[in-house]
Design a protein around this ligand. Structure first.
Ligand code: ATR
Length: 277
């Protein structure tokens, strides 16, 4: 029987067991996916003994993503640029670390808006935290011609822009509305608009009608930003799909089947989010 798990501290909030549990049942795989609370001081020894504990790999959530990157012995260039992992797997005795946040972001964007093509125009990214780093790196790799980055703390955006040669330009947070002119994609990676967080103030008047608006917040599913985008005819993409799609590579690596993100899975997670709200 193959086993995987999600580790965090705390780990109670993680929806990963729901997602992987659904796929294990759907594909009738004899396997398990557990939730394990691992204290930061125990992380290195837990990961060092992952295989000995019987696990094919694991997901990593807060606060372990950076420390887990340092524990991984094999990583790819994108993951090294992000210096953070959310997925680990053991292969030929080596601990491989991956960051699938960006891939999840892009898979969900393509699944939600078949018309979107990276080369079509600039992307505006709000925020400069860990999620923004993964998304900016993914957009750069996808060859988006210009990425306009804006963040409350300008220095953080400037530091992130410096990590990428060229296409990332920084806008002041106060002038973020001006960044929308001619944009093909707007992405909110900040926590603004999340249940319990302050509102996101983002006037969309200058956003082209064919632009796609993507909010990585998924609680609530329909944020004010997405409602405003939909009301003026823009394609609106919610954050839940990113959460579901980022789980795909791990499941395939551990259990050998590439799982599908279906409406049924979405409904299961939405029901759980509603129950927890
Ligand atoms: P994550 O790693 O999940 O992206 P993070 O590093 O805490 O989380 O980043 C949160 C993002 O939301 C940051 O861009 C943050 O802006 P700062 O860099 O200025 O902190 C942004 N954010 C959080 N609260 C905000 C607020 N009240 N107004 C504007 N931006 C906010």
């Amino acid at each position: 029987m193959k086993r995987a798990c999600v580790i965090g501290w705390p780990v109670g909030h993680s929806r990963s067991p729901l997602i992987h549990g659904h796929w294990l049942r759907t594909y009738a795989i004899e396997g398990s996916y557990e939730k394990i609370a691992v204290e930061p001081r125990d992380l290195a020894s837990f990961l060092g003994n992952l295989q000995a504990r019987g696990f094919a790999g694991c997901n990593v959530t807060l606060p372990h993503k950076e420390a887990a990157f340092r524990c991984a012995t094999v990583t790819d260039p994108l993951t090294r640029r992000l210096q953070a992992v959310n997925t680990l797997f053991v292969k030929a005795g080596a601990l491989h670390g991956l960051n699938t946040d960006g891939a999840g972001f892009l898979m969900h964007l393509k699944a939600s808006d078949a018309a979107w093509a990276a080369k079509d125009g600039p992307a505006v990214v709000l925020g400069a935290g860990g999620a923004a780093r993964a998304i900016v790196a993914t957009l750069v790799d996808a060859a988006v011609p210009e990425i306009r980055l804006t963040n409350r703390t300008r220095d953080r955006a400037a530091a992130l822009a410096r990590e990428f040669d060229g296409p990332v330009v920084v806008y002041d947070w106060e002038t973020r509305a001006a960044a929308l002119a001619g944009a093909r994609l707007l992405v909110n990676t900040t926590s603004l608009g999340m249940a319990g967080a302050p509102r996101l103030v983002m006037p969309l008047d200058t956003l082209p009608g064919d632009a796609t608006v993507y909010d990585i917040v998924y609680a609530p599913l329909e944020t004010d930003l997405l409602a405003a985008a939909r009301a003026r005819g823009n394609v609106a993409v919610d954050g839940l799909g990113m959460l579901l799609h980022q789980a795909v590579p791990g499941f395939e690596l551990w259990f050998g089947v590439r799982p599908e993100v279906t409406q049924t899975l979405r409904d299961i997670v939405v029901a759980d989010l509603r129950a927890g709200a």
